[in-house]
Design a protein. Structure first.
Length: 170
């Protein structure tokens, strides 16, 4: 039986593909980032959130793939950290929710994390830390450290499932 969590993930992606971006993101945040988001839902500034989303250069990453990106490229580094910084500063989203949104917008490129995954990889939550997490997981992926990943989904999602199964409490 398919886990509801996976269905919510797929529903969120489908909503974005249908042009219902806010609905897909809010669905994801309210289920996958509920421990934090629920405390801010009443005061969440949707207008400001929409403005910040428009400021983020997701289009740059639309056709890029996690597995063959040079994370030492200065433009790539700068753009990743700028997007992460903008999103993680939003009350109700912060550093865990930022990666969920980034992944939804560009699922072939951005990795997701949560507090347990952050702890496992012994990293912090700054923009530089997120960039280093992406570099580290790419290195581990290239070395085959994640085992036999599901080939039917994006590599960032497959690694996320591996990380959740091994390091996160659901």
């Amino acid at each position: 039986m398919e886990e509801v969590r996976n269905k919510v993930y797929n529903w969120s992606l489908e909503l974005l593909k249908e042009g219902k971006e806010l609905q897909g993101i809010i669905l994801m945040l309210s289920t996958w980032n509920f421990a934090y988001f629920r405390y801010h839902i009443k005061t969440f500034d949707l207008t400001n959130f929409e403005r910040i989303l428009r400021e983020c250069d997701f289009e740059y990453f639309r056709d890029k793939r996690f597995e063959d990106t040079d994370f030492n490229d200065e433009i790539i580094k700068s753009k990743i950290m700028q997007i992460y910084q903008k999103l993680s500063e939003i009350i109700g989203i912060r550093y865990v929710g930022a990666t969920k949104i980034m992944h939804l917008k560009c699922p072939k490129f951005f990795m997701m994390w949560d507090n347990k995954i952050i702890y496992h990889y012994k990293t912090g939550t700054s923009p530089e830390d997120y960039l280093n997490f992406m570099k580290k997981t790419q290195e581990l992926y290239k070395k085959g450290e994640f085992g036999n990943l599901d080939k039917e989904i994006t590599i960032p999602r497959a690694i996320d499932i591996y990380n959740m199964d091994n390091y996160s409490e659901l």
